[in-house]
Ligand binder design. Structure first.
Ligand SMILES: [Zn+2]
Length: 183
């Protein structure tokens, strides 16, 4: 859906880039009607930092389509470290998924990684089921990017390979750019 700006690894990087290179965030075209670049339209704030909270509130830039004949709709752009719709950063989700993909049980994962990084067993289970349910759709698109991952026989193997080579946040930024909905 073109909501994610790729290659922004951390909230610190996000703040630096938003000040230093704000044009990186501005969409090339309106995501709703496809007309020229939307105008800056302030920002909204998210409590995105779940560590010590020092980055909160995190600004998320907004844009509005004000071209002649445009749709007038607004949109926002998040850095790739920050999921558009989920509470926990991709880095936390990645840590959890890597453990589960290596064969760790949900309970063990919740007791160890979950205990340190925050997500409950129920949340961890939801992420796990989400990945499995989206596998066919996501892997189909990701194979364009990395055909080598197609050698995986089953879905867990695919994601083990993918996450060994690429950050989850960048895989999701890529899928978002391919018009798929990522959480
Ligand atoms: Zn528009």
């Amino acid at each position: 859906m073109h909501r994610i700006v790729p290659l922004v690894a951390s909230l610190q990087e996000h703040l630096d880039r938003l000040t230093g290179k704000p044009e990186d965030y501005r969409p090339a075209a309106c995501p709703s009607c496809g007309l020229g670049r939307p105008w800056c339209h302030g920002h909204y704030e998210r409590k995105a930092d779940r560590d010590d909270g020092r980055f909160n509130p995190v600004p998320v830039p907004r844009y509005v389509c004000r071209r002649k004949g445009g749709c007038g709709k607004s949109c926002s752009r998040v850095p790739s470290c920050l999921p558009p719709r989920r509470w926990y950063l991709w880095s936390v989700q990645r840590a959890v998924l890597v453990c589960l993909l290596s064969g760790m049980s949900l309970r063990k994962c919740a007791d160890t990684v979950g205990c340190i990084l925050g997500p409950s067993q129920r949340t961890i289970r939801r992420w796990w089921r989400w990945l499995e349910a989206r596998h066919a759709l996501f892997s189909f698109r990701l194979l364009d990017r990395e055909p080598e991952w197609g050698r995986a026989v089953q879905w867990r193997d695919f994601w083990r390979r993918a996450l060994a080579q690429e950050e989850l946040r960048e895989l999701m930024a890529y899928l978002d750019n391919q018009e798929l909905i990522v959480p």
